[in-house]
Every structure is written in C-alpha cells, then in structure tokens.
Design a protein around this ligand. Structure first.
Ligand code: SAH
Length: 233
C-alpha cells in the first residue's frame, strides 16, 4: 500500500515536470499519464527508476521502454479522440499502447470504445506486454499481435483501416503498407532517419489520398527491423 502511494506521488511529480517542460499540454494526455502506472511496464528490476524521464532497458532484449517526454510528445501530436482505432508498431512493454487506450477508450468498454492494435516482433516482449496490459486492466482495449509491423496489420492489407498509426522504432523511410492502411484525414507518426538520430515526422493523409508532412522534433529510437524497415544483421 505504502509503495503504491509512493509510485502515485512519483507519477504526479513526473506529470508536473512534463507540464513545466511544455510537452504535456492537453487534459486527455495528462489524465492518461496520471492514470497508467509506468512501474507496471518497466522491467521488474527497474521499478525504482520507473518515473525517471529516461528510456529504460527491457531486460536483455536490447529494446527499451521510451522516455516519458517522448511518449508525451507523440501522444500530443496524434490528436487522439475517443472511439478511434489506432495501430502501433513496436509494443515493447505495452506502456504507450496503454496510454493511447486510456485516451481512445477511457471507460474500457470493449464494444463501444476505441481500440489499439500493437505489433511486436520480439516473442518475449509480446508475452511481457500482454501480461502488463492484463494486470493493469487494458487487455480488452489493446490487442497485442506478433509480426512484422512494417507490413501493417493485417499484413500487406491495402485497405484504409486506421484513424492513427504510430511507429515507436526508427525507420529508414515510411513503410508503404502503413501509408495505405491510414484513413483519409488520419495521422501517421514515425521517426525517420539513420540508426543514431531520426526526425519524428507527422504525416497527414488528405481527402485525395496525398500526404502532407511536418518535422516534429529530433529523436532516438531503436531500429524498426523488417521487410520495409532495416534489415536484421
Ligand atoms: N512502445 C514501446 C517502446 C518500443 S521500443 C513501449 O512503450 O514500451 C520499439 C519496439 O519496436 C521494440 O520492442 C522492437 O522489438 C519493436 N520492433 C522493431 N521492429 C519491429 C517490427 N518490424 N514490427 C514490430 N515491432 C518491431
């Protein structure tokens, strides 16, 4: 009980700091950050660092849970609304998927609210993300699937399915099936660049199917590995 209280305090302090830095702005994103317990998504031996504003390693997988300020920037840029269907590439711990679900489906009703589909290629992280989402009450709102997210979900489907698509790994370019699977009027966020530094790009699909793009900020993500990403070497 005491430990839970301390995490809640730390969560509130983190939110205050992110507001002060100007990255947390909207009431929906603030509420999501105050609600989702990051300590349940970090690797078990990292709990005491859960509220540091830094990426943390996910065990020995070589992958990381992104820094809270980066997740906040992405959530703010997505202009999420209740009821939306969101595709995330790179489930990792499941933390950013849970925050997204908290915004698109705050009540948690399975059939009436928004949904998040998150794809992960590392088998042990699929299990990790699923169990984290289960214990924090997001399993009904977030579907974790195994696969190569560079091909979208369903793989290589050419239909316009999603209101929002977010890639949480560094891509050499925007995968073609992600562009196809975004609805008109939708937003696609993706870090594009080399393996050291990327530009977080915000692509908006117009009604005529063309894209407008905007550079949000520079960032550093682990690589997006797959058919339409970096090769696994
Ligand atoms: N959103 C995560 C952080 C993700 S780190 C969180 O909140 O914890 C990036 C993740 O993308 C890693 O787990 C990595 O394994 C995964 N990844 C890389 N390439 C991928 C691909 N082609 N398809 C699905 N997942 C991929």
């Amino acid at each position: 009980m005491k430990i839970e209280y301390e995490f809640k305090k730390q969560r509130e302090l983190m939110v205050k700091a992110l507001i002060r830095e100007g990255v947390l702005k909207s009431k929906e994103v603030k509420r999501a950050f105050l609600t989702v317990p990051r300590e349940e998504f970090v690797w078990p031996d990292m709990k005491s660092s859960a509220y540091y504003d830094t990426p943390l390693p996910l065990g020995a997988t070589g992958q990381t849970i992104s820094a809270p300020h980066m997740v906040a920037i992405m959530l703010e840029e997505m202009w999420l609304e209740e009821g939306m269907l969101v595709l995330e590439i790179g489930a990792g711990s499941g933390y950013s998927a849970a925050l997204t679900a908290e915004i698109v489906n705050p009540t948690g009703f399975k059939d009436s609210g928004g949904q998040v589909v998150t794809i992960e290629r590392v088998r042990s992280l699929i299990e990790f993300a699923k169990s984290n989402l289960e214990k924090t009450g997001y399993a009904d709102r977030v579907k974790v699937v195994e696969g190569d997210g560079t091909l979208g979900y369903p793989e290589e489907c050419e239909e316009e399915i999603y209101d929002r698509i977010v890639v949480t790994a560094a891509a050499p370019k925007t995968p073609i099936f992600l562009k196809k699977q975004l609805k008109r009027g939708g937003i696609l966020l993706i870090p594009v660049g080399d393996l050291y530094i990327q530009r977080l790009m915000k692509l908006t699909k117009s009604e005529d199917g063309s894209f407008k793009s905007k550079h949000v900020c520079d960032c550093m993500f682990v690589p997006l590995i797959g058919c339409d990403g970096y090769q696994n070497s």
